[in-house]
Structures are given as C-alpha cells and as structure tokens.
Design a protein around this ligand. Structure first.
Ligand SMILES: [Zn+2]
Length: 269
C-alpha cells in the first residue's frame, strides 16, 4: 500500500475538492480487502460525509429476502442522498443489504487490522450524473458503498428492533415486508459525521465484481445484540435452507493500490 500521497496537510474548501479528485484517480482493486489501518495515509481535510433523507422522513421502504441476503429499498420516488467525504457530486441511495456468516467473527467482508465482526451492512448508492444504477455500474465513479461493520454483543440494541421484527417475517425467499424510513435510525449516530473511516477504489463483492465502487468503511463497528443478529442466519436461501454465509473472501491488493484513512472533522457552521 505504498503511496506518495501520505503527506496531506491542507484544510481549505478547495483542498477538500482536490482531495476527493485525488481519491477518484486511485487505482481500483477487487473487494473486499483486509486493511492495516495504521499503514494507511491519514487525511483530515476532506469535507464531512452528508447523509440526507435516510431516516428522518415519512417515506417507506421494503425489506426483501432475495434468497441471498436481506435487501432494503425505498418505495418512494425521493431517495436519500450521500455526498461529501471522498465523493465528487451526489450519490443516490439504491439499496441496503447485509453479509454474514456462521459465527460472530467471520461475517464481515472487509477486515480492519485483522479484526473480524459478525456482519457487514452495505448502503449502495449510484452517481446522480448517471441515469440509473445499471448505467452507473459501467463507470469507475459509478457507485459509492458505505459499509458498517456489525459487532455482536450480549445486550440487544433497541434501534434495530424494527428491523429485527421485519427479519422474522421474511424467513422464506421472496417474502417482503414494509418498513418506515425510521427503521434506518440505527445509523443515526454521531459516528456518521464525525467518525473515522477508510476509503478506497474497489469493486462489487458479488458477480460481476465490476470495479466501479468508491468504498467508505467506518472504523468503529455498530453494536447489535447477538440474538438480533442471529435472525439474519435464519433467512432461507434458494435451496430452502438457511443462508449460512454470503461473504466474499478478501482479495489481494494490486501493486500501487492505496487505502486512505479519513479522520472526519466537524463541519464548520
Ligand atoms: Zn454487499
């Protein structure tokens, strides 16, 4: 992960834009990858990430058992918008889904400093300059995926209650249930605007593994009750047996590949 961009000391608005431009030009790798956070260059001059319209509105979404994962989409025309951080322009929320495995330590796709977690949640967005998700995937700046690592702990996390009750109703493939946008409020923590994350150019972790993704993986995991998380493992797949594992193994970093560690600084008002 050698890089000649390790020494960034700028902090002005224009610097933030050019930082995002530099990230957009990084070499892409296949995803997921294992990341040694302390070996990544640290940047703190990027704009904070902005999550607009995810959980604090009247819209509804649908949680579906696709046979591969639990898959959430909004059923309204207005979609949440992600901007800031390493992104140039606005990215439109398309869907959210989960990866998990048989135990509480191998269910995440990205591995930070060798630490495995129970699951990983992906928020998939496409660049608003393209007409659709399908059109965006054909471009290196097509998608932005936010990854939350989920850490299983003893006590249930009440902010997942809505979601967990929904999982209970979609055990069979193709079952779906409606959820209000407020069910996404488990993401609504100070962490999304002030927490550190790693970012790199990578790929989809499911076929066709296209290298069209700007990844944003938060360093600090979100805690979820072990029993709550267990409901993901009860979802039935195509063969009508529980989906045990839907994680792609970590991929090799290509030569000259960089991952940037971003320390978010509170927005200046
Ligand atoms: Zn995913």
């Amino acid at each position: 992960m050698d890089t000649n961009m390790g020494l960034k000391v700028s902090s002005s608005k224009t610097a933030a834009t050019s930082d995002a431009e530099q990230i957009s030009k990084l070499r892409a790798s296949q995803s997921p990858i294992a990341i040694s956070v302390n070996r990544c260059p640290t940047w703190s001059s990027l704009d904070p990430l902005k999550f607009k319209g995810y959980w604090n509105n009247d819209s509804h979404g649908v949680l579906l058992n696709t046979g591969q994962t639990a898959y959430f989409t909004f059923d309204s025309a207005t979609r949440p918008i992600l901007s800031g951080g390493p992104l140039i322009g606005e990215y439109i929320f398309e869907q959210m889904h989960f990866h998990w495995s048989v135990d509480d330590f191998t269910g995440c796709e990205h591995v930070l400093d060798g630490h495995g977690y129970a699951a990983e949640c992906h928020l998939v967005h496409y660049n608003s300059k393209y007409e659709s998700m399908e059109a965006a995937v054909a471009n290196p700046d097509g998608l932005a995926v936010v990854g939350f690592l989920l850490e299983a702990v003893d006590a249930p996390n009440p902010s997942f209650d809505w979601f967990v009750e929904a999982l209970d109703q979609i055990k069979k493939q193709d079952n779906a249930v409606q959820l209000p946008s407020a069910s996404l409020a488990w993401m609504d923590r100070a962490e999304v605007t002030t927490g550190s994350y790693v970012t790199y150019k990578g790929s989809l972790t499911t076929p066709p593994y296209t290298e069209c993704v700007t990844w944003i993986i938060y360093e600090k995991p979100v805690q979820i009750g072990s029993e709550q998380l267990g409901l993901l493992r009860q979802l039935e797949g195509v063969d009508k047996t529980p989906i045990e594992r839907n994680v792609r193994p970590t991929q090799r970093h290509p030569p000259g590949h960089s991952v940037i560690y971003v320390k978010q600084v509170k927005a200046k008002l």
